[in-house]
Design a protein around this ligand. Structure first.
Ligand code: PLP
Length: 421
């Protein structure tokens, strides 16, 4: 089946009412028939619902559908993108270990990896996403994952996914790709060797800025990489917290199984059934929206590139962009998603433009159907001085756009009047 068909049907068997829409199972817990039934559920002899912190039928449809669209074997939904990333890391690493991550990451992932993980005893080592030598030099026997974004936010770089996953494979390390900005309809990390993907479903999946959520997807046959791998002893030894379960020895995808029955059980970052239902609605139109987001962003980028007040435009769909070759190699049908940035001369010029736009909303988000404008130097990066801003690729005059689904004619006209106000 084509991805668009999967997005509408996968994971859902109509119930006895024949409900076309996936029902929302708004419940905390599930009744067992008798003591034996309850015991079988707890030992996984009978795989089924116990409590919504572990599983829920609405969330189950969302997980199955997303896993199939991504081309993976199984998925686990979480209450936010950040919790999906945290789960991916701590499902592989513990105190004393390290992770190797791209420097070009979403700000929340940077603070998680740099500061919060340090307090858990996990060290983060950073490489430039285009520097494979630097990446390989950071790996040692305690490295548990290599983490990067396929299309980076906010720097808008496109990773050479095959080059990075080949290094991960050479060292028997799990590669984890944040595929949030590209989405499965533009980028297919598993086809390029990735082991795990994570998404903030708060972005394009919900699509209209309706809910916070995340998802972690495991590729097919990951068990082969984990089995007898000395980096991942905890997948190969009995789990004392789960009746001595050995994750690589059971007939379920091991990474998501452990994330569910160990991390979700103990940390509880579970989505509400209603939010899972919203993500299911979003997935039905995700492919159509990504096509339109990409078309609008390319047209706006081309306009900006032609405007004398604009110093530089960052959009991988532009031939002039240094990421163009990677975008052609890894992105389907040349679509490059809705995220772009451009640079004007000064901090004050940028402020004036942001304040003068009428259609674009000044919001700290991306992936909404409504267009969003942000000025990193006065918001997310305001604590940095001019030199520090330059060092992390955020010049004072940089403006970021998450291009929405309005008419591209209106988006361009509004940007033109703001630039010339
Ligand atoms: N990953 C990327 C690429 C993001 O842009 C974001 C949020 O902006 C996140 C992860 C975190 O997701 P959430 O806000 O759902 O926790």
């Amino acid at each position: 089946l084509d991805l668009q068909t999967i997005a509408l049907h996968a994971g859902y068997e109509k119930n006895s009412e024949g409900s076309m829409a996936v029902p929302i199972y708004q419940t905390t817990a599930y009744e067992f028939r008798d003591i034996q039934h309850a015991a079988d559920r707890f030992t996984l002899k009978d795989v089924g619902n116990i409590y919504t912190r572990l599983t829920n039928p609405t969330t189950d449809v969302f997980e199955k559908r997303f896993a199939e669209i991504e081309g993976g074997e199984a998925a686990i939904a979480t209450s936010s993108g950040m919790s999906a990333i945290f789960f991916a890391i701590v499902n592989a690493a513990q105190a004393g270990d390290n992770i190797v991550c791209a420097r070009q990451l979403y700000g929340g992932s940077l603070t998680l990896n740099t500061h919060t993980l340090k307090r858990f005893g996990i060290e983060a080592r950073f490489f430039d996403v285009h520097d494979m030598n630097a990446l390989e030099s950071l790996i040692d026997e305690k490295t548990k994952i290599i983490f990067f974004e396929s299309l980076t936010n906010p720097s808008i770089d496109v990773a050479d996914i095959k080059a990075i996953t080949a290094i991960a494979d050479k060292h028997g390390i799990l590669s984890v790709v944040d595929n949030t900005v590209a989405t499965p309809f533009i980028c297919r990390p598993f086809e390029h060797g990735a082991d795990i993907t994570v998404h903030s479903t708060s972005k394009y999946t919900t699509g209209q800025g309706l809910a916070i959520g995340g998802i972690l997807v495991e590729r097919k046959n990951l068990v082969e990489k984990l089995r007898a791998n000395p980096r991942y002893e905890h997948f190969n030894e009995p789990d004392a917290s789960y009746h001595g379960l050995v994750y690589v020895d059971v007939a379920f995808p091991p990474f998501t199984l452990r994330a569910r029955f160990s991390l979700l059980r103990d940390l509880g970052a579970v989505p509400s059934p209603f939010n899972s239902w919203l993500f299911i609605q979003g997935m039905e139109t995700l492919s159509l929206r990504m096509r339109e987001h990409s078309k609008n962003a390319l047209e706006l980028a081309e306009f900006l590139e032609s405007h004398p007040k604009v110093k530089k435009v960052n959009y991988p769909g532009l031939k002039s962009n240094s990421n163009y070759t990677n975008a052609r190699k890894y992105f389907l049908e040349g679509a490059c998603s809705g995220l772009l940035s451009f640079e004007v001369e000064t901090f004050e010029d940028a402020e004036k433009i942001v304040n003068a736009t009428k259609i674009y909303s000044l919001v700290a988000n991306i992936g909404d159907s409504k267009s969003i404008i942000t000025h990193p130097a006065s918001t997310t990066h305001q604590q940095l001085n001019e030199d520090e801003l330059k060092a992390c690729g955020v010049p004072a005059g940089l403006i970021r756009i998450s291009c929405g689904l309005e008419s591209s004619r209106d988006l361009i006209a509004d940007m033109k009047q703001a630039l010339e106000a």
